[in-house]
Unconditional design. Structure first.
Lengths: 565, 30
């Protein structure tokens, strides 16, 4: 990276840390620290909700998916607007009127202390692990493209975030989220403009889309009924509805966002902002990846995008095989470029028969490029002994650092770091809130002063920051980042949602019923995940349904048993 | 709750319109 780009990144880091830290003066008591004294406007909360959900994994993993696989992943978000309506009409007013700090606190009022403690503990476990992944995902990739160590990139991302969250509390989280969200969207728009500007003179936007469409990369609907396929219209609208209701309705990192809103109406408005903008925003992210694919049709592309693993293979005993694959790749890529030009010309001439013929030829060359890349991936996995190796997360950062002009590189690296920080800060604040409110204040020291709880909360935020950074350095070994994060969550997610459904919709459900139901739901998900090929999104449905059925049954049996006595 | 009703309907209408637009986009360029 050029020194100007380094300067931009450094200026961003210093500015955002200062911006967060100056909120310290507004966080003198515990309600200000955790909930901004329930005083924030809906638009800031709404942007914070979106910034929390959009992590650096979205910036690097989802653009990579757009490049390699196209826009199919968009289906994952189809249920989000409906989930926002469901939550706005159900859980949001319950939480606000109960004036709770955490979602789990509400469960004690409705059920009992053990249900609250257990769900909060599950949140702490799963969120602290996934937070490690949220930090390590961009840290690993940025380490490679910036040429520094992973420990350094972990520190670069996590240290300023932990600092401003620790001192500035949720005010710092929200107001930095707002600025980070603006930077992210600006960065994505700048990337897409740069990509369009880089198209060859005879390839316009319609031709670029035709090329992507011919390979199936613009497919956003897959109606096949296959429970093992993670991204179909059905999993995106039915199973993901459960995931999003659980994420936005029961995950403290999101619930805490809208608990800071001034009123129930403003909390609702903040969620509906995501309902309007999430699908278009995600489409933009994927489209960036699709345009990177089109860009590399006409510009020589590396066969694989992770240079560290590639270097290992080049210097190892299978270097000859790799070099031979690279020659095949160069030939296949050249053939694909020619076929792409022919297709673009046919499209510009508006000749349907020629377009169909050229599309077939183009697809054949694309299949050959894919096949060579797949062989290269297998070779790298075997040669490096890393079976999870994948280069999808390196595509966009590699494009940014090798093909964008000076200045824009710094801006986009800052945007990737901003995406990471906006998620990390909200998660740190929520981990601190749940540990202090649901455990320390509830079980260890119920009668402490406000100043005491504020001190403990700051220490807790620092502790979670340190732990997550340690997990991040360790999580380097984990592969396929998006899947990992979602998997961590989905083991618990559906089941926790089931408990909240029991709490809100079934007055006859009891605390013991909910608790036993939760255990049964989690056991079912663990079984399904281990012994079937059902895709992870559906685990949320299974968990929630099992909890509701078992929870109700146990509640009714115990109640009837007591009545008989 | 009552004042939020029309807001929900608007979300559903825009959501359906976005999905239809995406489907047409997919079909046009495939």
């Amino acid at each position: 990276m050029h020194w100007i780009d380094w300067t931009i990144v450094a200026v961003y880091l210093v500015w955002i840390a200062w911006d967060g830290l100056r909120m310290t003066k507004r966080s003198h008591e515990i309600e200000g620290y955790f909930l901004a004294s329930r005083s924030l406007p809906w638009w800031a909360v709404g942007l914070s909700v979106m910034a929390t959900q959009l992590s650096a994994i979205t910036m690097i993993g989802t653009t990579g998916q757009g490049y390699a696989d196209g826009m199919r992943f968009l289906q994952f978000y189809y249920a989000l607007p409906i989930a926002m309506i469901v939550l706005s009409a159900t859980l949001v007013p319950f939480f606000h009127n109960a004036r709770v700090y955490t979602a789990y606190e509400y469960l004690e009022r409705r059920f009992d202390a053990k249900t609250r403690a257990f769900t909060s503990l599950l949140f702490l476990l799963s969120r602290s692990m996934s937070l490690g992944v949220v930090i390590s995902a961009p840290a690993v990739v940025l380490a490679v493209v910036m040429g520094i160590s992973v420990t350094n990139t972990v520190l670069l991302i996590a240290l300023p975030t932990a600092l401003y969250t620790m001192f500035g509390g949720v005010q710092a989280v929200t107001w930095t989220d707002v600025k980070q969200m603006v930077l992210i969207v600006f960065g994505l728009l700048a990337a897409i403009v740069a990509l369009i500007a880089a198209l060859p003179p005879d390839v316009g936007i319609p031709q670029a889309l035709r090329l992507a469409g011919a390979t199936g990369r613009l497919q956003t609907f897959d109606f096949t009924l296959d429970l093992s396929n993670p991204y179909t219209f059905w999993s995106g609208t039915i199973a993901a509805l459960f995931l999003f209701c659980s994420y936005f309705g029961t995950d403290q990192s999101q619930v805490q966002r809208y608990l800071t809103a001034r009123s129930v109406a403003e909390a609702r408005e903040s969620l509906l902002m995501s309902a309007y903008w999430k699908i278009p925003l995600q489409a933009l992210v994927l489209l960036v990846g699709v345009f990177v694919f089109v860009f590399y049709l006409f510009t020589p592309s590396p066969m694989l995008f992770n240079q560290v693993h590639e270097r290992q293979v080049r210097e190892g005993p299978r270097a000859g095989e790799y070099a031979s694959l690279e020659r095949r790749f160069a030939t296949a890529a050249a053939a694909r470029r020619n076929a792409g030009v022919a297709l673009a010309e046919a499209d510009a001439a508006d000749d349907a028969a020629r377009v169909a013929q050229a599309a077939d030829a183009f697809n054949a060359t694309e299949a050959e490029v894919r096949a060579v890349r797949a062989e290269a991936l297998t070779l790298v996995r075997e040669a490096t002994g890393d079976p999870t190796y994948n280069d999808v997360n390196y595509v966009f950062p590699t494009f940014v650092t090798t093909h964008l002009p000076i200045g824009l590189v710094g801006l986009l690296v800052a945007a990737i770091i901003a995406a990471a920080m906006s998620t990390i800060s909200a998660e740190l604040a929520s981990l601190s809130t749940a540990s202090v409110i649901d455990f320390y204040r509830r079980f260890l020291r119920p009668e402490g002063s406000d100043a005491h709880y504020l001190r403990v909360s700051r220490l807790a935020t620092g502790f979670w920051g340190l732990l997550a950074s340690a997990v991040a350095v360790w999580a380097v070994e984990l592969g396929s980042l998006i899947e990992v994060v979602n998997r961590f969550g989905s083991f618990f997610y559906g089941s926790i949602l089931g408990v909240f459904i029991l709490a809100v919709a079934f007055p006859r459900a009891t605390g013991t019923g909910a608790f036993v139901g939760l255990l049964a739901g989690m056991a079912s998900v663990a079984w399904v995940a281990s012994f079937t090929r059902i895709a992870f999104l559906w685990h949320n449905v299974i968990g929630a349904v099992v909890v509701v059925i078992v929870g109700l049954a146990v509640s009714l049996v115990l109640r009837d048993g007591r009545m008989m006595k | 709750m009552t004042d939020a009703g029309p807001g929900y309907l608007r979300v559903v209408v825009i959501w359906a319109a976005v999905l239809v637009a995406l489907y047409l986009f997919q079909e046009y360029f495939s």
